[in-house]
Design a protein around this ligand. Structure first.
Ligand code: ADP
Length: 452
């Protein structure tokens, strides 16, 4: 890399802050453990970043769930309505994606829920379901304080949503109000709200009884895990048998909001936070998830370019544009064949970067791998923290999200680092969850429906 030196700014100097050590990751685990305890304790809950909301989900599916269910999935890129048929291990599913237009994402809450009710209605007409009474499970993947399985108060919007009048309100009531406003959908009733982490856990637990952690690595990041009620000092539900456990939705994306992760933040992270619609919030999420990883890479690449360490200093309008270097580019570049860098060069083309040689390809790939490695290892520190805390001998982690699904090395990076950070007597698996948001919502609605 000698040739890349220019003045005192070297490639190494610019990229070093992205390369964290094991001591960093161990410190992250310790901090997370402390914050989780804070979240689970009533006296400190208010101050905790990791809120650890009890979900009111008390059991994993037993595999005998059956019937037809509606499910909604809202919480990121796509809004979906699903019809799910459960019959033992057999799960049939039909779904339709509906767009949430940008002006609704940042409009009023009533508009958002009217739009959702419209979509449900259209779906029911298309599937000739108007006359049926179908229990509905809602996967709503934003931080909520649950007051019951069917009562979820949104604490704060994340991931690009910002609808007026929803924070502080029960989203089931908002949905039912919108359904009522239509006047033609009396037979749709929401029985349960979960988030995507719970969906991932439930859908994996449906076939693997040792699944006890759900993890999302998509637009955002979050995790849930099965906790003993005796540890959940904030629990105000019942203590009914059979199991003295409850799923805890950690909302760990907010980890670091108090500044405790400042010791690992880079200039790139600070820039992303400053220009986001939620500055100072979701600090851990902004270092890990798909909404931000590409942008971290772009900022590092731009810094190198400005110091004439890439592309002979030649930039482009696209490379200078926030959000234009997609996270999928990171996956594609890392998965590219180093013999020829065909895909990488294609991406350079898309970005109007015309001055590049093989050395540039190698360096951009190196930047991408540093960014993904840090993201994967930070998520591993989180998972290892949960595994050590749960102290079960054998745990399956159900994982969902496009970042985990499509990145060529995310699974391997995470497995290796989680193994290293988890106590040796604990064995674990990382299992890809299929359609967790839909299937999970149906499973929880099925259990709720049985208990009615
Ligand atoms: P969501 O989390 O919104 O429900 P996804 O799990 O599909 O939905 O995650 C979307 C995120 O995944 C986006 O931020 C996008 O940048 C990222 N993503 C999409 N494709 C890829 C890919 N091939 N590699 C890495 N990240 C990707």
């Amino acid at each position: 890399r000698k040739r890349h030196q220019s003045g005192e700014r070297t490639v190494e100097n610019i990229l070093k802050p992205l390369d964290l050590t094991d001591d960093h990751y161990i410190k992250v685990m310790d901090l997370m453990h402390g914050d989780i305890i804070k979240g689970l304790t009533p006296e400190t809950h208010q101050k905790a970043n990791i809120k650890c909301f009890p979900t009111y989900v008390r059991t994993v599916p037993d595999g005998t769930e059956s019937g037809d269910f509606l499910a909604l999935d809202l919480g990121g890129t796509n809004f979906r309505v699903l019809l799910i048929n459960l019959n033992g291990q057999e799960v049939k599913m039909e779904s339709k994606i509906f767009l949430i237009p940008q002006h609704i994402m940042v409009g009023s809450g009533a508009q958002l829920f009217d739009h959702i009710a419209d979509c449900i209605f259209k779906f029911m007409v298309d599937h000739k379901l108007q006359e049926r009474h179908l229990p509905l499970g809602f996967t709503f993947s934003f931080p909520c304080r649950q007051e019951g399985l069917d009562k979820a108060i949104l604490t704060t919007w994340t991931k690009g949503f910002k609808c007026e009048g929803v924070e502080g309100n029960d989203i089931v009531k908002l949905l039912h109000d919108a359904i009522e406003r239509r006047g033609d959908m009396h037979n749709v009733k929401c029985l349960a709200v979960i988030n995507d982490t719970v969906g991932a856990l439930m859908s994996c637990a449906h076939s693997d009884r040792s699944c006890a952690v759900g993890l999302i690595l998509g637009t955002g990041t979050n995790a849930c895990y099965i906790e003993n009620l005796s540890e959940v000092k904030t629990w105000d539900g019942d203590f009914r048998e059979p199991k003295q456990v409850v799923l805890i939705n950690t909302e760990w994306g907010a980890f670091g909001n108090d500044g405790c992760l400042d010791f690992i933040l880079t200039d790139f992270d600070r820039s992303i936070d400053k220009h986001s619609i939620n500055p100072g919030k979701q600090i851990y999420e902004k270092m890990i998830s798909g909404m931000y990883m590409g942008e971290i890479a772009r900022l590092a690449i731009e810094r190198l370019r400005k110091h004439n360490l890439l592309f002979e200093g030649e930039g482009s309008y696209h490379l200078a544009t926030r959000g234009r270097f997609y996270t999928k580019y990171v996956s594609e570049i890392e998965g590219d064949n180093v013999d020829g860098f065909k895909v990488t060069k294609q991406i350079f083309d898309e970005l109007d970067l015309s001055t590049h040689n093989e050395q540039d390809c190698r360096l951009v790939r190196h930047v991408c791998s540093l960014v993904s490695k840090r993201a994967a290892y930070l998520a591993s520190a989180g998972i290892a923290c949960l595994l050590n805390k749960m102290n079960r001998k054998e745990v399956t982690v159900g994982v969902d999200g496009s970042l985990y699904r499509f990145h060529p090395f995310f699974h391997d990076l995470m497995f290796e680092k989680t193994r290293q950070l988890t106590r040796p007597d604990i064995s674990f698996k990382l299992m890809l969850s299929h359609d967790g948001s839909g299937k999970g919502a149906a499973l929880v609605a099925a259990v709720a429906n049985r208990l009615l």
